[in-house]
Design a protein around this ligand. Structure first.
Ligand SMILES: *Cc1c(COP(=O)(O)O)cnc(C)c1O
Length: 357
């Protein structure tokens, strides 16, 4: 017998991860936390290491209960996954496999796009309007799943909860998947989140521990959705996909609110300083509510090369579906110096300007 790869898999343009720079401070390609994880998280991981010969709790019940309380939902509305990426794949398997229809923005979050192609779904990409999701045009598609990344990656722009509610009510999609990976960096996360819409049954919200909590390497995220959605995904998931170390880390991260508040403040201040620096150097920057900024650069390659020469790795827009731009993650203080040097701007002056504002 000849071994044959399923023909629709040819449509997949493989994911290309951001390149790390030679220094951690210069690695601004993957929106990782500039201040890492809290010490209490590292201690929790060490304690959990003593039990790694045991299988993890399949559903991460302790974490799930705590997340349910925090979001004002019931535990059967929460599913923890191996990063939100695993949950995106499960949603595609459950609701898009064999001829399902999905709609997302163009540019899209690459995993939404790839997972739809993996299960042989029809995917429609709808161009952004003023850098934001064109919800009206997305509704016209009539999809099983509509992906709304809010704030969006790679633009950092948002749609309000009222806009998402109206989109859902208009019935243009069976399930609206709102990916809130960056919501902690938004102006008002409580006002913005779509979690209150979950009760209507047509909205699923994705969250991750990879960004604010600095746990990208642990692989843990979760979904808040109708119990029927959670039940379906439970049925098809790999039972032990979330490691015991990841579960312990996430619980400790949630409980260290002083640290997460600090991470939020640091990232927002750093984002403003980063935006000002690029503006000082003559670039336009898309106003961001995330932990990165999208910089408009007619000569994308030139800017990428200039930053690279200073030891800074970023994400070229053409690899994210937005040629003519460069996406830069919020750096640490040391990383900001590297960026300032490569742009020829005075980092202290910019920081002082942001502090005065
Ligand atoms: C970073 C990111 C995530 C996080 O994915 P994990 O698998 O939880 O690390 C999810 N969605 C978007 C849009 C992201 O940019």
């Amino acid at each position: 017998m000849n071994l044959r790869v399923r023909p629709w898999l040819d449509r997949i343009d493989p994911y290309r991860p951001g390149k790390p720079a030679t220094s951690g401070d210069g690695s601004l390609a993957s929106n990782e936390s500039p201040i890492g994880a809290s010490r209490s998280v590292l201690a929790a991981i060490s304690r959990a290491a003593h039990r790694v010969h045991r299988y993890p709790d399949p559903l991460a019940d302790e974490l799930r209960d705590e997340l349910a309380v925090r979001h004002g939902v019931t535990p059967d509305q929460v599913l923890v996954g191996n990063g939100s990426d695993e949950l995106i794949y499960l949603l595609a398997l459950a609701y898009l496999a064999r001829d399902g229809r999905a709609v997302c923005a163009d540019p899209a979050y690459r995993i939404d796009e790839i997972s739809a192609h993996v299960v042989d779904a029809h995917l429609t990409k709808v161009p952004l309007l003023d850098w934001r999701h064109d919800l009206f045009a997305m509704g016209e598609v009539g999809a099983d799943i509509a992906y709304v990344v809010n704030p969006h990656n790679p633009t950092g722009t948002v749609r309000s909860r009222a806009e998402i509610e109206a989109f859902t009510a208009a019935g243009g999609a069976g399930l609206v998947v709102v990916d809130e990976a960056y919501i902690d960096f938004a102006d008002d996360p409580v006002e913005l989140t779509a979690v209150p819409l979950v009760a209507g049954g047509r909205v699923a919200v994705l969250r991750t521990f990879s960004k604010l909590y600095g746990l990208a390497g642990m692989r843990i995220g979760y979904l808040v959705a109708d119990p029927t959605v959670v039940e379906t995904l439970r049925k098809i998931r790999a039972p032990f996909s979330v490691s015991s170390l990841a579960q312990a880390a996430a619980l400790a991260a949630l409980r260290d609110s002083a640290f997460s508040e600090e991470a939020r403040r640091y990232s927002i201040a750093g984002r403003e300083a980063l935006s000002r620096m690029f503006e000082e150097a003559g670039y336009a920057v898309v106003p961001s509510q995330a932990n990165f900024v999208l910089v408009e650069a007619t000569d994308e390659q030139e800017l990428v090369a200039r930053l690279e020469a200073a030891g800074v790795s970023v994400r070229p827009g053409s690899s994210l579906g937005v040629p003519g731009t460069v996406r830069v993650s919020v750096p640490s203080d040391a990383g900001r110096e590297l960026v300032a040097r490569s742009l020829g701007v005075d980092s202290d002056a910019v920081t002082a300007m942001v502090e005065r504002a």
